[in-house]
Design a protein around this ligand. Structure first.
Ligand SMILES: Cc1ncc(COP(=O)(O)O)c(C=O)c1O
Length: 349
């Protein structure tokens, strides 16, 4: 197996837009909360205070909340809990890079359903790909890396079509950046389906990627199964405190999120004006479908001080610091102009 590859680091004068991180500094209250943590003690392995807080917020019981060291950890727990060797985990492709590895480590088999030509999940094809070996379906909205969303209607149709004894995990790592009213919002559906688990994270909108904390909301017996497969005490106290303080200061953090969403829409409009066929983005990142020219295009961005993430047939670029936008648009212009004048891929490389 290939190890998980992280977004590349940036040179001193470049912007690291390769990991969909939040560019804002931590809130002073978060830093204070971390400093107050008794690090000679183990953390509360059940993340009791945070689970109670999240339960209250979403109208569920604390038992229906599972907290992990990042939502990727909780997803790993769910895959381990739900699958045995030979079982199938169904998800769209291209989607989050970590899915194939997490499924393989559990001994299960990944089944990929290609995204549509406009880079969206094809939920009708996904429903049709369910077999009697399918144990888990992952839907990623907004999808990493294409930044497209699944609509409420598409998701409802999928839930209708998938048997209720198959777990559906709706990965909403970027939910807070979504402004489209037609997009699915899993937290509104928790009481509607017995087999739905919603994944959320503090890494993106709340800017706590470095502390590793995320969570799942779903049926208590499923959350208990996830807890059974978890590595004990992996969620550190600093992360639990920082998450609670972030919820206390949510308005301030969501104000930052809406600034990033506005910037994202502006970047998208500028890319479209340059002639790019970029899918409308809904996360804190945009997808440049550079196809066979991806490696070359990534180099052009790097030369312009932008570290992006090259993923097969395209480049994913995070919406970051205001100052990165001009560089990004200059690089994107350079790429599209050279693609338009039509040199062959080998001439570009
Ligand atoms: C779609 C998606 N899900 C989950 C994660 C994992 O986030 P974390 O483990 O930091 O909560 C990411 C991170 O990039 C992601 O893009």
């Amino acid at each position: 197996m290939a190890p998980y590859r992280q977004g590349k680091p940036a040179a001193a004068d470049a912007f690291k837009l390769s990991s969909n991180e939040n560019p804002y500094e931590p809130l002073p209250a978060v830093l204070e909360a971390i400093a107050a943590s008794p690090i000679n003690r183990y953390p509360d392995g059940m993340a009791t205070a945070l689970r109670e807080r999240l339960a209250e917020r979403y109208g569920v019981t604390p038992g229906q909340v599972q907290v992990g060291a990042g939502s990727a950890s909780v997803l790993s727990q769910l895959i381990n809990a739900a699958t045995s060797p030979g079982d199938e985990v169904l998800y769209a492709w291209r989607s989050f890079e970590a899915y194939p590895g997490l499924v393989a480590v559990a001994g299960a088999t990944s089944v990929h359903v290609p995204n549509t030509a406009d880079h969206r999940h094809d939920l009708v094809a996904m429903a049709a790909a369910v077999t009697d070996r399918t144990r888990l379906v992952i839907v990623c909205s907004p999808n990493n890396p294409t930044s497209t969303v699944v609509t409420r209607a598409e998701f409802a149709a999928l839930m209708q079509a998938v048997p209720a004894d198959i777990l559906v995990v709706l990965d909403e790592a970027y939910a807070e950046f979504v402004t489209d009213p037609d997009a699915v919002n899993g937290t509104e559906l928790l009481h509607s389906y017995p087999n739905l688990v919603v994944l959320r994270t503090f890494s993106k909108a709340y800017g706590l990627a470095g502390l590793r904390i995320g969570y799942a909301l779903g049926p208590e017996y499923v959350m208990d199964a996830a807890r059974a497969t978890a590595i004990p005490l992996a969620v550190i106290d600093q992360a639990q405190r920082a998450a609670i303080v972030s919820l206390d200061h949510e308005a301030e953090l969501l104000e930052r999120v809406s600034r990033l969403s506005v910037l994202r829409d502006e970047v998208w409009a500028s890319l479209v004006a340059q002639g790019w066929d970029v899918p409308r983005p809904h996360g804190n990142f945009v997808w440049l479908p550079t196809g066979e020219h991806t490696a070359w295009a990534a180099e052009v961005l790097t030369a312009n001080g932008i570290v992006s993430r090259a993923l097969g047939e395209g480049l994913r670029v995070t919406i970051g610091e205001d100052a990165s936008v001009e560089k990004l648009l200059k690089a994107a212009q350079e790429v599209i102009e050279r693609l338009r004048t039509g040199p062959s891929a080998s001439a570009l490389d």
